[in-house]
Every structure is written in structure tokens, then in C-alpha cells.
Design a protein around this ligand. Structure first.
Ligand code: BDP
Length: 327
């Protein structure tokens, strides 16, 4: 009796396994990476994009989000995406500069008048052109869309009123020579490191400060390292970007590619709405935690960084004219 029951149940189990195999093997898992924690607007927007793709393809694609930088620094994640070990990377455009030099036009200090200007540019033909340049470059990445990252400003223990106050201060910047030059021109010493190493560098005094937007200052806990002043230089207004490995893209059908592009565009818009709320929310939390938001004479920093725009901008002269002409 027992024997028969066991036989039946093991046969049933075998049939069940067989039935599951085709489904399981037909599903492609897209590993997605972000240095930001779960719940951050970028992470949520990418997860929602994945859910839509999963529904539209009847489960043939499933996105798995690895938030909080668990897959490595953005530089490492880009490399992993290029070879197809990671499928979707949400990164700062700043990190892509050394890989696709054409994107550096958006990475220059004060290239946009303000965040509204940056949005108009990325939404228009110039934004599309830069996405195409990434996709058509030898980098083996397909640009899916833009995201907002607001403005980057300085945070330090010491108050900064002018470029002279940055003298002798080591300020963490993202890994791109353009940002080292920018920080040096602003009066400090630019030190590059990955986002996930910045907290301990601030904590141990390896650096005296960093620069970023309010949501990052809060969610990465940088505000709890003794930093007191958030000096609103807004020297960089760099959009975020999300890219797919070309290895993965090339295996997708034209229809699936079109669905993904549609959902990517929706993710861009969804993140933007969440972004504005998150800047307001985290700025309030930072202030409640004692961080002093300071306005500053931006012109002094603008003037100080003129040599950086001259050095990196000459190759983009026509494009910069078109960016400036965007209302
Ligand atoms: C944040 C970006 C993130 C970067 C980080 C950084 O969202 O992609 O990794 O800055 O400074 O604003 O490294």
C-alpha cells in the first residue's frame, strides 16, 4: 500500500517536474543593478518596468533587482553589463564618461542652467542623440532611458562660502577625470572612489566632504558622518541613465525590444514624478537632522570652472550651442 502510494506520488512529482522544466528554462532573468537602496525612486521605477515586461511577455522575462550596490561599484557594474553578466545597469551618466566620451557633454560643470533646462534637453532631440551615441558606440550597451538626479552640491564639516574655503579639502567625486578637474578648479582636491566606499571615507576622515543630491546624502547615510553644511553650488546637473547589455538585447525579439523601450520611457517619467517628491522629503529630513542648507554665490564657482568647460567642451562646441538654445 505504502509502496504504491509512494510510487504514485513520486510519479506525480516527476510529471510535475517535467511540466515545470519548459516554463523554467524559457524564462530569462534580467539582473538589474543600482547602488541605491530598495525604495529609492530609480530602483522602484526599474522594478516596475520589469513587472510590465514580465506581464507583456507572459513571464518569458523576469527582472530581478539587486539594489544597494550588492553587485559592485558602478564602474564594475558597467564592465559586467558590457560582457552580459549583468543585464540592466542604472548608473550615473558621470560613470559612463570614461567608457563613452560623447556623454561628457552632459557631465560638464554648469552646462545646464537649471534642472528644468536639463529635463528639456534630455526630453528633446539632443537627449535622444546622446542615447543613440551610447547605443551605437563600441561599448556594447543599449541606452534605455534617462532618469533625474537633481543637482549635485557640496557637503562638508566646514562651511564653504567661496572657492577659497575649499582649499586643502579632499572632496570625493565620481570616477571620471572631468570631475577631478572640476573639483580642483572649484578650489578643493577631487578624490575619486565608488559611491559605496564614500560613507566610510567620510567617517574616517579619508575625505573632508563629498558632493551629491539630497536623497543620496540622506539614504547613503553620509549626513551622519559629521557633515554639517550642504552648500548649494549645484555645480553638476547630471542625469542618470539605464542601459542594457547588448548581449541580452540582441537575443530579444523585435517585439520584446519594442515593449521594453515603451516601458523604459514610462519608467523615466515615473521616476521623475517620484524624484521631485523624494528631493522635498529628504531635504526636510536632512534639515531635521541638523544639516544646514546654505545658498552661495554660484557665479564664483561658475567662473572658477571655466577652464574645465574650455578643456572638455571644445569638442562639443556645436552641441553646447544647441543645448544653450533649448528653452
Ligand atoms: C548618485 C547617483 C549614483 C551615483 C552616486 C555617486 O544616483 O548613480 O553612483 O551619485 O556619487 O546621485 O557615485
Amino acid at each position: 500500500m505504502n509502496f504504491r502510494r509512494n510510487l504514485i506520488s513520486s510519479t506525480a512529482a516527476a510529471l510535475l517536474t517535467l511540466a515545470l522544466i519548459p516554463v523554467a528554462s524559457a524564462q530569462t532573468v534580467l539582473k538589474a543593478s543600482d547602488v541605491h537602496p530598495a525604495g529609492y525612486p530609480n530602483v522602484v521605477a526599474i522594478e516596475n518596468m520589469g513587472k510590465k515586461l514580465e506581464a507583456a511577455t507572459g513571464g518569458r522575462y523576469k527582472l530581478q533587482m539587486f539594489a544597494g550596490g550588492v553587485l559592485g561599484s558602478e564602474k564594475e557594474v558597467v564592465e559586467q553589463t558590457q560582457i552580459g553578466a549583468i543585464q540592466i545597469a542604472r548608473i550615473s551618466l558621470g560613470i559612463l564618461g570614461p567608457v563613452v566620451p560623447d556623454v561628457n557633454v552632459f557631465n560638464m560643470p554648469f552646462v545646464f542652467r537649471d534642472e528644468a533646462h536639463m529635463r528639456s534637453v534630455i526630453d528633446g532631440p539632443v537627449g535622444k542623440e546622446i542615447l543613440d551615441k551610447i547605443t551605437n558606440s563600441p561599448a556594447r550597451l543599449v541606452a534605455l532611458g534617462w532618469m533625474d538626479s537633481g543637482s549635485r552640491s557640496l557637503y562638508t564639516k566646514k562651511e564653504i562660502k567661496s572657492p577659497a574655503d575649499l582649499k586643502g579639502l579632499k572632496i570625493r567625486v565620481m570616477g571620471n577625470p572631468l570631475f577631478v578637474d572640476t573639483m580642483n578648479a572649484m578650489g578643493g582636491n577631487g578624490i575619486t572612489m565608488g559611491h559605496n566606499d564614500t560613507y566610510s571615507a567620510l567617517q574616517t576622515g579619508v575625505v573632508d566632504g563629498a558632493e551629491n543630491n539630497p536623497p543620496t546624502l540622506f539614504t547613503a547615510n553620509h549626513y551622519s558622518t559629521g557633515v554639517k553644511f550642504y552648500t548649494q553650488t549645484t555645480h553638476l546637473i547630471i542625469p542618470e541613465i539605464f542601459v542594457m547589455s547588448k548581449v541580452t538585447w540582441d537575443k530579444m525579439s523585435k517585439d520584446d525590444q519594442a515593449s521594453l523601450m515603451k516601458f523604459a520611457r514610462e519608467a523615466q517619467m515615473e521616476q521623475r514624478a517620484m524624484w521631485d517628491k523624494s528631493v522635498a522629503e529628504y531635504s526636510a529630513k536632512l534639515q531635521a537632522a541638523g544639516i544646514q542648507f546654505k545658498t552661495v554665490d554660484k557665479k564664483a564657482f561658475y567662473d572658477a570652472t571655466a577652464p574645465v568647460r574650455a578643456k572638455y567642451g571644445s569638442q562639443f562646441a556645436d552641441l553646447i550651442k544647441r543645448i544653450e538654445a533649448v528653452k
